[in-house]
Every structure is written in C-alpha cells, then in structure tokens.
Design a protein. Structure first.
Length: 123
C-alpha cells in the first residue's frame, strides 16, 4: 500500500521512519534546552525528574552553600495546575517547596530559573 496515496492527509498513516512525540516530551525538551542556557553554575549538569504533574530540577551543589559536600540538591519544581504553570523554589532551611510564581507561560517560569538574579533557585 502506498501511504502517500491516501487523501486527505489527516487520514494518512505516519510515513515509515517518522517519530511521533507526545506533547509532554516536547515540553520536557523545552525545559532541558532552557536549563542548558542558564547563567549560574554552567559547569554542573542539572537533572530533570518527571512527576505526575510536572518536573523537579536537581543539581550538584557546587557553591556548597546548601550542601558542604557538594551533593545533589533540589533547585525548582514546576507543576501544571488548572491550565497554568506554577514554579516552586526549594526552601533548604525548612526542607520544603515554596510557591514562587504562577503563570500561563512556561517560558516565563523558565526565564526565572535560567537568569535567577537573586539566587532563589541556584543558591
């Protein structure tokens, strides 16, 4: 069967060798690209951990402000709630998440993490 002969296109199966990527994976890749362009601690490699409603970003603590041994610490949490995105900062003294910003734009939240002029996320 010639898959290109079907009409209209919306009824055609995906061509052999094509890749279908879920929306969540595309969003995940956006977050990873943003983390790669961050301004602080560019020499460490943060990790992105999937959760049921978003992600948690962790990173080695190269400043040693939080972990004198340089272990992995929580940096930020991003959740998708009620058609908006919520950014949380980790309160390392209290050991929990503190809501920082709610936005309809994931990019706005990523900019806050990437630039972080007040060292809220990258202590």
């Amino acid at each position: 069967m010639n898959v290109h002969a079907l009409s209209p296109l919306r009824n055609a199966p995906a061509p052999v060798g094509s890749v279908v990527v879920a929306e969540t994976e595309l969003l995940r890749r956006r977050v990873l690209r943003a983390l790669a362009s961050r301004e602080r601690y560019r020499y460490v490699h943060p990790a992105l951990h999937d959760t049921d409603d978003g992600w948690i970003i962790t990173s080695p603590c190269c400043s040693r402000n939080v972990d004198p041994e340089g272990g992995t610490i929580d940096i930020a949490r991003i959740r998708h709630e009620d058609a908006s995105w919520v950014l949380y900062a980790c309160d390392h003294l209290l050991g929990g998440w503190v809501q920082h910003t709610r936005s309809n734009s994931l990019d706005r939240l990523l900019d806050l993490i990437v630039h972080d002029p007040h060292r809220v996320f990258w202590p």
